[in-house]
Design a protein around this ligand. Structure first.
Ligand code: SF4
Length: 305
């Protein structure tokens, strides 16, 4: 059966918390925007009846959601395959990690750094690097054969020269990773405001992507790239473009409007364009539409393409 995918953005519309917001900022935002447990459960039940079978919990830090383990258990009893995108905060506790992995099938940890300094520069949390050692140990200890572990590496000006260092370091710290997802920074949330400072010319990144591809092959890891068009990556990356594997989905978010009203939105995304556009050179491109959805509009403002 083909997956029908449901995303819950647990807190806000921005998904680059690790790079731009301190833990305090994140929790202030979190306090304003959470979906409630009852809202999520109600939607899970409704969509299970409509044959949705895959659920993603993402957005800021889902493990901090109150009663998150109960919620995961509930989703599991409804038959969902469960994906969680997280920086792993609560997984530093062994008992939490153990129960979490009883329900979760795919774990995606955000890891954009390769040592204490690069971690602090991007996460703004002095304790996160040491905490990650506990997170890696706990999830690896409780990993079973059906689990699939990813790392989400958002590349930005601070880290793009160190992709292999990032991959090697997470393995050295004990994370039993199966798959590296490397995402060129998307102009969303706070990243839109700071796009010029955080982004870089695609061509500058390519040598480091090639190095990570070689590293991944050597270490028997999967690699996927998001946000860099195939005309830049090259034809031999066709199977490595994350867009090739993207599936349509519904995303549930709750936010407060400027006039203070709380709104629940259900966004159907038939493609993964995320503010990417086609330009003249796309006209006759064989990758146009599938898998490529173009280049970020914001990117075009700062770089030639
Ligand atoms: S569609 Fe455009 S951006 Fe995408 S690979 Fe082709 S030329 Fe590049």
């Amino acid at each position: 059966m083909q997956n029908k995918t449901l995303d819950f953005h647990m807190t806000t519309t921005c998904n680059h918390a690790c790079i731009f917001c301190s833990e305090d900022d994140r929790m202030k935002l979190y306090a304003k925007h959470p979906l409630t447990e009852l809202q999520i459960k109600t939607i899970l039940v409704d969509r299970a009846k409509k044959w949705f079978n895959y659920v993603n919990f993402t957005g800021w830090e889902p493990t901090l959601f109150p009663n998150f383990l109960k919620l995961l258990k509930f989703a599991k009893t409804l038959g969902y395959t469960i994906y969680v995108g997280t920086n792993g905060t609560m997984l530093a506790k062994p008992e939490f990690a153990k129960e979490f992995l009883e329900y979760v099938d795919v774990l995606s940890l955000s890891i954009h750094w390769f040592n204490q300094d690069s971690c602090v520069a991007q996460v703004w949390d002095e304790g996160h690097y040491a905490r990650f050692r506990d997170i890696a140990r706990n999830v690896t200890q409780y990993k079973k054969s059906h689990h699939y572990f990813q790392s989400n590496i958002v590349i930005n000006e601070l880290n793009y020269r160190h992709l292999v260092d990032i991959a090697q370091n997470m393995m050295d710290m004990g994370y039993a990773v199966n798959h590296f997802l490397v995402s060129y920074i998307a102009p969303e949330g706070l990243a839109r405001k700071h796009y010029k400072e955080l982004s870089m010319d695609y061509n500058d990144v390519i040598p480091y992507i090639h190095a990570l591809r070689d590293f991944s092959r050597k270490n028997n890891k999967e690699l996927r790239i998001f946000g860099i068009p195939l005309c830049i990556l090259g034809a031999d990356y066709e199977e490595l473009s994350n867009d090739t594997y993207w599936k349509e989905r519904n995303t549930i978010e709750r936010f407060t409007t400027r006039d203070g009203k709380v709104t629940l939105v259900d966004i159907y995304s038939p493609d993964n364009s995320r503010e990417r556009v086609f330009v003249d050179k796309c006209t006759d491109c064989k990758w146009r539409e599938s898998p490529c959805t173009g280049v970020f509009e914001q990117y075009l403002k700062h770089y030639s393409f």
